[in-house]
Design a protein around this ligand. Structure first.
Ligand SMILES: Nc1nc2c(c(=O)[nH]1)N[C@H]1C(S)=C(S)[C@@H](COP(=O)(O)OP(=O)(O)OC[C@H]3O[C@@H](n4cnc5c(=O)[nH]c(N)nc54)[C@H](O)[C@@H]3O)O[C@H]1N2
Ligand SMILES: Nc1nc2c(c(=O)[nH]1)N[C@H]1C(S)=C(S)[C@@H](COP(=O)(O)OP(=O)(O)OC[C@H]3O[C@@H](n4cnc5c(=O)[nH]c(N)nc54)[C@H](O)[C@@H]3O)O[C@H]1N2
Ligand SMILES: [Mo]
Length: 775
């Protein structure tokens, strides 16, 4: 892959996905196989899901309307349980236009919620949310969601204490720097190689495994603090400290106490670069609350011995130490606290801004963090201006639907939840990503109209009134470019969309002309015109950076185009360290805020003015016997292509695997390969037991993304398939950031003794055609 080269790779066609660049073999109008691009040293097996899933039984083939909604008795059968009637595109789009018009007239545009959180597919132009948002902005706007499910606590919290999180992720210290300079990497939540398969928008080369190998060869030592041993790759030879989930802040406090009591903390650094250490110190020593946060105190909270905690603290102070916090660690109750405490601990060690030292939040969240960055921003489809300025924090979807007009606090303000009458989702699967799915199911009964565009009959599509079938990324022409990668990838239509599925841009063009804003939406351009315009925009920006990109035609006829990495030697906060006066942080004090007057002034019971420990809520409430972890699956991207071959090959009796420790399994009479039932006060689901000592005792791990398959006739709408969000709570991290806290649930588990129900979600719901239904 020469830089700027354009050679055709065999007879096969390129396709870009969030998990990497694939080469597809196509015959007789069907995708036979997709393999990773040969230049990718560690191509992702997730490619194996594409062929089977796109040709699967669950494809939405025609526009469909929920039966009782169509009949004008919308509440006769609940959303999620109803049958559907297939209609023509004209009929479906007439209904969409009619509903949009009605809701705008009666409630205004702030009656439309189109947050549409979700990963959709790679591709600069056919990005589902951008398309929907551009269209809705042409008709007066919509209420949107703010933030993400990935690292929302960090997005909201970090600006108060160090600076903007997204910028900081891009500035993460590079792995080759760590290999050269670090002695020790302490990983809270590990850095799971399986998660580094993926990067938003795409990844041309998977580099993490090689960078890990280089670290191990250079003698860098790793410590994995996580309930799952495999959160650290075997090549690292990491020490495993399986602390209780949700106890990271307590552990870090214990470590801080050892540093403090043994005089190992860097007073000079704290004085010059931080503010508020004295306030934190009073909490740490117990001067403020009578509870010294000693190693013994932390041992009780974490399940680790005080000796191990002391030993780790001394090792951290003995050399160059990088503290890494996985995003999963802040996707927990009070998830702001481990972030603040990691910054505090790193400040006490005094190595922030030094090569290989300090802290990073987000290594392992994607393939590229710490490995590569893009040189400039790629061209995009302009979304226009949204005249509605109301938002919800993304994880308040059920709250919004169940408590319209209700109060909530966010970023220190009291706000009012919008009153959403029409909900439109395109490019995300809330019935995968949100917590407490039975609550979401109830919440989805409240709007007057729900519209979902999707490829497959996911649980989200099944909760819609109007379902619009759309083309997948492999069925349209586009180009791919990762948000944190420096490669551009031609994306060829490999097959035609099946049935009557359509490209979303064409759908909105038809809708826009119905709503008399056709010209505003399309600007008279076809998809191909837009692609060229976005490419030309990218090409001009490249030229301004001294890079020459091929013409659109030459690019589409060629291979991946790579651009140079702008900062291969990046060291996080190096400038601030070198001169904190010339390069102050964008915090109120210009320094790292170990005590924040701003946050303290909000007077929040669940997020005080300095890092502090709070026990997980389910534990406090006495819920369940086990901690439930629910991280990202190795075998797919979230819920996408769950019915593909690679994803299916890991299931047990068709159910998602749940990891359980051999001693716990023996005590419960559970054998490897058994179907088990997980349950708590919120819900239940089936799963397939995978007995392994990879998981800490007292914890079980169920991967996210098995399509939710509720059996509403079974107790608590038991999910047949194994989606952890049947069990998680949807309380947010805290009233500061209102972030998702998916990793903080407790459950009980038993062998499933009943008749095993069939998985139904990989088939369409009951469907009739409009003619049959006489509609
Ligand atoms: N319990 C638990 N839950 C979690 C997490 C966890 O750790 N634990 N993690 C959370 C995180 S970090 C995230 S990011 C979320 C992810 O949540 P989502 O991003 O919502 O998950 P996806 O499965 O990627 O959903 C994308 C949907 O878009 C559809 N799609 C793909 N391409 C297109 C397109 O071009 N057009 C349209 N209209 N649709 C398309 C796919 O078929 C799929 O249904 O999940 C969150 N949920
Ligand atoms: N293959 C694949 N890769 C993906 C994705 C995917 O769907 N599939 N999704 C992508 C997305 S959107 C995101 S946001 C990232 C997520 O990246 P991360 O947030 O890093 O991943 P998670 O799997 O949620 O969590 C990492 C680990 O944290 C541990 N953990 C959970 N709770 C705690 C805790 O309280 N304390 C400690 N110490 N450890 C804990 C769990 O063992 C878990 O394996 O992954 C990305 N990568
Ligand atoms: Mo995410």
């Amino acid at each position: 892959m020469a830089e700027g080269s354009a050679t055709v790779v065999g007879e096969r066609k390129l396709t870009a996905n969030h998990w990497g660049v694939g080469l597809a073999q196509v015959a007789n109008g069907q995708i036979r196989a997709v393999v990773a691009h040969p230049d990718d040293p560690h191509g992702s097996p997730i490619n194996k899901n594409i062929a089977g899933s796109l040709a699967g039984r669950a494809r939405i083939l025609r526009p469909a309307i929920r039966e009782s909604w169509l009949e004008g008795r919308p509440r006769a059968v609940a959303r999620g349980r109803d049958s559907f009637v297939e209609v023509s595109w004209d009929r479906a789009l007439d209904l969409v236009a009619q509903e949009l018009t009605r809701v705008r007239e009666v409630h205004g545009n702030d009656g439309i919620f189109a947050g549409s959180y979700g990963w959709s597919s790679a591709g600069r132009f056919h990005h589902a949310q951008s398309q929907l948002k551009r269209f809705l902005n042409c008709i007066g706007g919509f209420v949107r969601s703010e933030g993400n499910y990935s690292y929302n606590a960090a997005l909201v919290m970090m600006p108060y204490i160090v600076g903007p999180f997204r910028a900081h992720v891009a500035q993460a210290t590079r792995w080759p720097v760590i290999a050269r300079h670090s002695d020790l990497v302490v990983m809270f939540g590990g850095i799971a190689l399986r998660n580094t398969q993926v990067s938003d928008g795409g990844v041309a080369r998977h580099r993490m495994a090689d960078n890990f190998k280089a670290c191990a060869e250079a003698g860098v030592k790793f410590v994995n603090i996580s309930p799952l041993r495999s959160d650290a790759g075997e090549a690292l030879g990491a020490d495993w400290l399986p602390a209780h989930p949700g106890s990271d802040t307590a552990l870090m406090l214990g470590l801080a106490h050892v540093l403090h009591s043994e005089g190992l903390h860097d007073r000079g650094f704290l004085d010059r670069y931080t503010t508020g250490f004295d306030r934190f110190e009073a909490y740490l020593t117990g001067a403020a609350d009578g509870v010294p946060k000693t190693a013994e105190w932390a041992a009780e909270k974490t399940g680790l011995s005080a000796e191990r905690i002391r030993d780790l603290a001394r090792r951290m102070a003995a050399g160059r130490c990088m503290i890494s916090v996985a995003a999963g660690v802040q996707r927990t109750d009070y998830g702001e606290q481990p972030l603040w405490m990691a910054v505090t601990l790193a400040a006490m060690l005094g190595q922030i801004g030094l090569p290989g030292g300090g802290y990073t939040v987000g290594y392992g969240v994607n393939a590229n963090i710490g490995n590569i960055e893009r040189l400039f921003r790629w061209g995009t489809l302009p979304q226009g201006r949204n005249p509605v300025d109301d938002i919800i924090p993304v994880a308040m979807i059920s709250e919004m639907l169940l408590r319209p007009g209700g109060d909530y606090t966010y970023r220190g303000e009291t706000r009012r939840l919008p009153d959403a009458r029409l909900v439109w989702w395109a490019g995300g699967n809330p019935f995968h990503h949100h917590q407490d799915l039975m609550r979401l199911h109830r919440a989805f009964q409240t709007p007057e109209t729900v519209i979902v565009n999707d490829i497959n009959w996911t649980a989200a599509a099944r909760h819609a009134d109007i379902v619009l079938p759309v083309a997948a990324a492999q069925e349209r022409r586009d180009f791919g470019a990762g948000k944190s990668d420096n490669a551009l990838v031609p994306m060829h239509p490999l097959t035609a969309p099946p049935g009557e599925a359509r490209v979303e841009y064409d759908i909105y063009c038809d809708l826009a002309s119905r709503m008399l804003c056709g010209e505003a939406f399309s600007e008279g351009r076809t998809s191909e015109d837009w692609l060229r315009a976005i490419w030309d925009q990218t090409r001009e920006t490249a030229a301004a950076h001294g890079q020459s990109l091929p013409t659109w035609e030459a690019f589409m006829a060629g291979d991946i185009v790579t651009l140079p990495d702008p900062s291969p030697e990046q060291v996080f906060l190096a400038e601030f360290r070198a001169d904190p006066v010339a390069h102050p942080l964008p915090t109120p004090s210009g320094r790292i805020e170990l005590f924040s007057d701003r946050i303290a002034s909000f007077d929040l019971p669940d997020c005080p003015g300095h890092a502090a420990w709070f026990p997980p809520r389910d534990l406090e409430a006495g819920e369940g016997d086990f901690y439930l972890l629910s991280g990202q699956p190795k075998t797919r991207l979230h819920s996408q292509l769950d019915n593909g071959a690679y994803s299916l090959s890991h299931k047990i009796e068709g159910r998602e695997p749940v990891l359980i420790h051999p001693d716990d399994a023996a005590a419960l009479g559970i054998a490897d390969g058994d179907v088990v039932e997980l349950y708590n006060s919120r819900g239940r689901c089936l799963a397939g037991a995978r007995v392994t000592d990879e998981i800490r005792q007292g914890c079980v791990f169920l991967w996210t993304g098995a399509w939710w398959d509720p059996d509403f006739d079974a107790p608590q709408g038991r999910d047949r398939h194994g989606n952890p969000n049947a069990l998680t709570h949807d309380l947010r991290t805290s009233s500061l950031s209102q972030s998702p806290a998916a990793h903080s649930a407790r459950i009980s588990i038993r062998r499933f003794e009943g008749t095993l129900p069939e998985i139904t979600v990989h088939d369409p719901p009951p469907l009739s055609s409009a003619q049959q239904a006489g509609a």
